[in-house]
Design a protein around this ligand. Structure first.
Ligand SMILES: Nc1nc2c(c(=O)[nH]1)N[C@H]1C(S)=C(S)[C@@H](COP(=O)(O)OP(=O)(O)OC[C@H]3O[C@@H](n4cnc5c(=O)[nH]c(N)nc54)[C@H](O)[C@@H]3O)O[C@H]1N2
Ligand SMILES: Nc1nc2c(c(=O)[nH]1)N[C@H]1C(S)=C(S)[C@@H](COP(=O)(O)OP(=O)(O)OC[C@H]3O[C@@H](n4cnc5c(=O)[nH]c(N)nc54)[C@H](O)[C@@H]3O)O[C@H]1N2
Ligand code: SF4
Ligand SMILES: [Mo]
Length: 708
């Protein structure tokens, strides 16, 4: 098999040339990058000053992209396992040896039952080519199991689509003109820093910023007001806000009349939710709810930046539906700086050539079974059954690190340790998942391959050009799947499309100005400034929907695990644990970048002094966090001593994620404790719906750790 011909521009040794690229990470900001290259080496990665959402700035993590790319631990040759699964012991092999063996093994399994093969991927890169591009073509042709890609946003996504007809909302830049911004379930200083800069502009112009978050996050402490509700109680808060809007007649009757379908049953439900009732559920004061309702209704324009942090609980879908209806009741949508933004990805639905990129027609009428990526822990351990289908015999992982990021990951690690499972991992690094692979294949980074990008935070279609040749023997994901297809004898012309052709062909020329994309690297879709000023939602009726088919009228759905909903469990595990991202990591990416890991230090558990003192835990103690699913160790960060500000509210502990298990003191991380139960809507994980107990760790655990 001939080596792939890289379609890489060659740069002279003279002044650095700047290559137009895109940040590939799972982040709503989707920045345009300027990659400076000198002598074939990246010397700097900076934000494109012309691209409005980027505005010339990047977050700390991606400013370090060169450090990540040239990291001494990059996997740069194909590797074959020689140790036990999980040990991470490998020897280098040639691409031909690896691909011949992988193709033969997958072909043999497919001959028995292609559904025994499971592709497992998420958003390590959000690219249309290196994500589900060539890979999807191969899996469709093969008839492999479908993967339900729900680990992040699907509860909120489906909820938003049930309400508005699509994943659509305000433009991020117009938040600068809002007078009230409610940052709800989001920590943008960590996870969407460009939005935070926009909110700062609004603040300087006199806007009030309110943050709704159980944790006093980096963002919460910089807002005018922080409402620290209990995890998973946002739906109750939204209902009580509606109660107040109705009781005080702060409704936009004309907007409701014309653009909301099913207001009456919603009003009936909201009338049951007095601020006092919600306050008891949310663990906050009723007066706070009354005041928020008044401000939200009477400040114009008022905008809600909802984000995915609040939908990682049992009732996350219903909560999003309720919150999404708030701006419909007050008519906030009439102004371009009013309304709500959870995701903008729906604007790209017809801009992307999805069927061409992914070729579902290659299924030829077959409908393989679907495996939910959230329940990979249970599913890898499952035998064949009529309900489940065949036992999973092979997993091909790319753009994801499930052993670290999937819930209840003690089981995920056990599943990947199965000796009879054939595992291939396409990676930059030897992650927890790669350590379990039979073959690790070296993947290119965004600086080394072509791609095209849509985004969920703004409305620019974007193109990523490779800045440098692949390091070592790295190959792009698309190239690996192209070569596997050839070895399996698939001769459809689509398997010969180059990465470059796929990137340049990814957008529909009827919707995207391709000349501008190629020239500048990005182009704004044509979306109205105030898209729902006069209704026009993407639902069948064009109105925002209350009583969605199959879902009914949205309601508060309590957590699976909380003091109120599961008192017997809470008697043993009285603390609610949330595990939002640490600022310098991106999910489990960057954990191995020394400078970023040094900033984070070690896995920490934030606790309020009341909870810490009740357990004789002092700031800096090593603690053991545990429940029936497992245990993990972390360093306690105790706040609230003598009434000082604390990150954690009483009753809630924050275990910042997502560390690689192997960097944890005992080879575990917070997902040892989370469970695999799914959200009410969208089959998503309930990471932040998790009861635990905390105790001081044995002195031996601390001294053992201190020794290494
Ligand atoms: N630095 C960094 N940036 C990231 C990421 C990262 O890991 N690190 N991840 C990226 C990804 S994949 C995503 S999906 C986005 C996520 O971005 P966001 O949607 O902003 O989500 P998180 O930062 O996970 O969580 C936001 C906040 O939700 C709070 N929260 C937890 N439970 C609840 C609750 O029940 N109700 C409310 N109201 N709030 C709650 C958490 O305390 C946290 O402060 O960020 C992206 N950007
Ligand atoms: N407890 C807890 N767990 C969580 C979360 C939480 O807040 N708390 N957040 C959840 C969320 S929101 C999400 S989105 C998931 C994310 O989970 P994942 O999508 O698995 O994200 P990462 O952990 O960043 O892992 C992505 C991997 O892809 C690799 N990668 C990047 N680019 C490429 C490429 O071009 N080719 C190949 N082959 N590999 C590449 C990276 O090296 C990295 O190891 O985690 C979830 N897990
Ligand atoms: S802010 Fe988000 S999109 Fe921008 S560089 Fe950082 S991770 Fe990438
Ligand atoms: Mo995510």
């Amino acid at each position: 098999m001939p080596a792939p011909t890289p379609t890489i521009p060659l740069y002279s040794a003279a002044a650095p040339s700047i290559v137009q690229a895109v940040c590939p990470h799972d982040c709503p900001d989707t920045c345009a990058l300027h990659v400076s290259v000198q002598d074939g080496r990246v010397v700097r990665v900076a934000g494109d000053p012309e691209h409005p959402p980027t505005n010339g700035a990047l977050c700390t993590k991606v400013s370090r992209y060169a450090e990540r790319t040239y990291h001494p631990e990059r996997v740069l040759t194909p590797l074959k396992r020689i140790g036990k699964k999980g040990e991470g012991r490998f020897v280098p092999v040639s691409w031909d040896e690896a691909l011949d063996d992988i193709a033969a093994r997958l072909k043999a399994i497919a001959a028995r039952d292609p559904e025994a093969i499971l592709p497992y991927s998420y958003a390590g890169t959000m690219g249309l080519v290196q994500g589900e591009g060539m890979a999807a073509r191969l899996w469709h042709k093969l008839g492999a199991s479908f993967l339900d890609r729900t680990i992040c946003s699907n509860a909120g996504g489906e909820a938003l689509a049930a309400t508005y007809g699509g994943k659509v909302g305000m433009h991020v830049e117009f938040f600068a003109e809002s007078r009230l911004i409610v940052i709800w379930g989001s920590n943008p200083i960590t996870s969407s820093v460009h939005f935070w800069n926009t909110a700062q502009q609004a603040k300087r112009a006199g806007a009030k910023l309110v943050c709704i978050d159980p944790r006093r996050s980096e963002t919460a402490e910089k807002c005018h007001q922080h409402i620290a509700l209990l995890p998973g109680t946002d739906g109750a808060l939204a209902l009580a806000l509606m109660h107040e809007l109705i009781a005080s007649d702060w409704l936009d009757h004309d907007y409701i009349e014309r653009h909301v379908e099913g207001f009456d049953p919603l009003a009936a439900k909201a009338r049951e939710w007095t601020p006092e009732r919600a306050a008891a559920v949310c663990g906050i004061d009723a007066a706070v709810i009354r005041e928020l309702a008044r401000e939200y209704a009477t400040t114009k324009p008022a905008a809600i930046r909802l984000n995915y942090g609040m939908q990682r609980v049992h009732g996350g879908g219903n909560a999003v539906r309720l919150i999404a209806l708030l701006p419909c009741l007050t008519g906030a949508w009439r102004h371009r700086a009013g309304g709500l933004l959870l995701s903008s990805s729906g604007w790209f639905a017809s801009a992307r050539r999805g069927a061409w990129l992914q070729r579902p027609d290659l299924l030829a009428g077959r409908t393989p079974r679907t495996v939910n990526m959230v329940t990979i822990g249970d599913d890898l351990l499952r035998e064949s059954s009529p309900a489940f289908g065949p036992r999973i015999e092979a997993v091909v992982v790319y753009n994801s690190n499930p052993v670290a990021v999937a819930p209840e990951n003690g089981k995920v690690a056990r599943g990947f340790a199965r000796e009879d499972l054939f595992t291939v991992v396409l990676e930059h690094f030897l992650t927890d998942t790669a350590d379990h692979a039979d073959y690790v294949l070296p993947a290119t980074t965004q600086l080394e391959h072509w791609d095209a990008h849509t985004t969920y935070g703004h409305v620019y279609a974007m193109l990523n050009r490779p800045a440098i040749a692949p390091l070592g023997q790295a190959r792009s994901n698309a190239e690996v799947f192209r070569q596997l297809a050839a070895r399996m004898g698939f001769t459809e012309p689509c398997f010969a499309d180059s990465d470059e052709a796929m990137a340049l062909g990814a957008f529909d020329p009827a919707r995207v100005r391709l000349d501008e994309v190629q020239r500048k690297g990005w182009s704004r879709l044509g979306v109205a400034d105030a898209p729902f000023a006069d209704g026009g939602f993407f639902t069948a009726s064009g109105r925002a929907v209350v009583d969605a088919p199959g879902l009914g009228v949205p309601d508060f759905v309590p957590n699976y695990e909380s003091v109120q909903s599961a008192p017997a469990l809470a008697a043993r595990y009285p603390l609610a644990m949330i595990s939002p991202p640490a600022r310098h990591f991106l999910n489990s990416s960057f954990v191995n970048v020394a400078s970023l890991r040094a900033t984070e230090g070690e896995p920490v558990l934030e606790m309020h002094a009341t909870d810490a003192q009740a357990r004789a835990i002092a700031d800096g103690d090593l603690v053991r966090i545990f429940n029936d699913r497992g245990a993990t160790l972390a360093r306690a960060v105790v706040g609230g001593v003598d009434g000082a500000a604390a990150r954690a509210r009483p009753g809630v502990v924050n275990g910042l994620g997502v560390w690689w298990r192997k960097y944890g003191r005992d080879g575990t991380n917070v997902n040892e404790l989370t469970h695999q139960r799914l959200t009410d809507i969208g089959r998503s994980p309930s990471f932040y719906d998790c009861l635990v107990q905390v105790e001081r760790a044995a002195a031996s655990a601390d001294s053992a750790a201190a020794a290494d």
